[in-house]
Design a protein around this ligand. Structure first.
Ligand code: PAF
Length: 279
């Protein structure tokens, strides 16, 4: 597996890559969720590339950039064992050279939910993903459904700016007790870890009510909140019933609908979601 440092390194490696290219963008601290993206990319492309870059532009001033988990050696070992052809591990200056001042804003889709609580987050995500797409020129790029709003932002950007990339969205990978895999799970104490699966139980309660015919969005939101409230270590941030593409809140859960939530467990903020009524 080739380890690439600069934009020029990636460009010249890309020049020599024959056939279709799949890209798995990551911030490292890889877990089975990321590995499922790599496996899918390997199955669908002649060449699989990955990036590992903890992107400062998507962290707010009060967020955990310095503390974000970094496990570069095991990440590289894992990617190599899965047959990845090349990994870009740039420095911040490779991605944001001196004088950098060009950003991508996906206005409306970035505004609610995570965007409202993390100002600038999706501007950072869209900018770095646009840069990755320009540098790698992948045929397909792989993202996890866990970050549902990120998926909506990237899809909108790809459509609006006509990037010739297929955005492939892979299912959420969960622990046996339902907790969605996330690099942030590493921050949970053992008590917090025991509490966190209530998030999955709350989403499941919403999903079951939807499957039994409940379509009133307020009733679904209330039901999910009630299940979250059974766990004293957890504090709800939001429960949303929204259009999966625009993230506009729904009055009725008609057509494909995204049930998503965010909650704090101690100092760790977790997000999760389930798609209702379609894929
Ligand atoms: O989902 C992530 O890990 C990041 O937001 C991404 C897509 C790699 C951009 O930094």
């Amino acid at each position: 597996m080739k380890i690439l440092r600069t934009v020029d390194d990636v460009r010249s490696f890309r020049e020599g890559a024959r056939g279709s290219v799949g890209l798995v963008p990551t911030m490292g601290a890889l877990h089975a969720g990321h590995l499922s993206l790599v496996a899918r990319a390997r199955g669908e492309n002649d060449r699989t590339f990955a990036s590992i870059f903890v992107n400062p532009a998507q962290f707010g001033p009060n967020e955990d950039l310095a503390a974000y988990p970094r496990t570069p050696e095991s990440d590289l070992r894992l990617l190599e064992s899965l047959g990845v052809d090349a990994v870009w591990t740039p420095s911040p200056a490779d991605v944001y050279p001196p004088g950098f001042q060009t950003f991508v804003n996906v206005d409306e889709v970035s505004a609610p939910l995570e965007g409202a609580r993390r100002p600038g987050h999706f501007r950072g995500v869209a900018t770095v993903v646009a840069k990755l797409f320009n540098v790698f020129r992948p045929d397909r790029a792989y993202f996890g459904q866990k970050d549902a709003q990120q998926v909506a932002v990237v899809r909108r950007m790809v459509a609006d700016l006509s990037f010739p990339v297929d955005v492939v969205v892979c299912p959420i990978v969960r622990e046996a007790d339902g907790l969605a895999l996330s690099s942030r799970n590493a921050y949970l104490s053992s008590d917090e870890r025991r509490s966190a699966p209530v998030i999955f139980r709350a989403l499941e309660a919403g999903r079951l009510a939807f499957e039994k015919g409940q379509r009133d969005a307020n009733s679904l939101r209330r039901l999910v909140s009630e299940v979250l409230a059974t766990e004293p270590l957890l504090e709800e941030d939001y429960v949303s019933i929204a259009d999966p593409d625009t993230l506009a809140e729904r009055t009725f859960a008609e057509g494909p609908t995204l049930l998503s939530l965010a909650a704090r467990v101690g100092r760790t903020r977790l997000i999760d979601n389930v798609l209702l009524g379609g894929t």
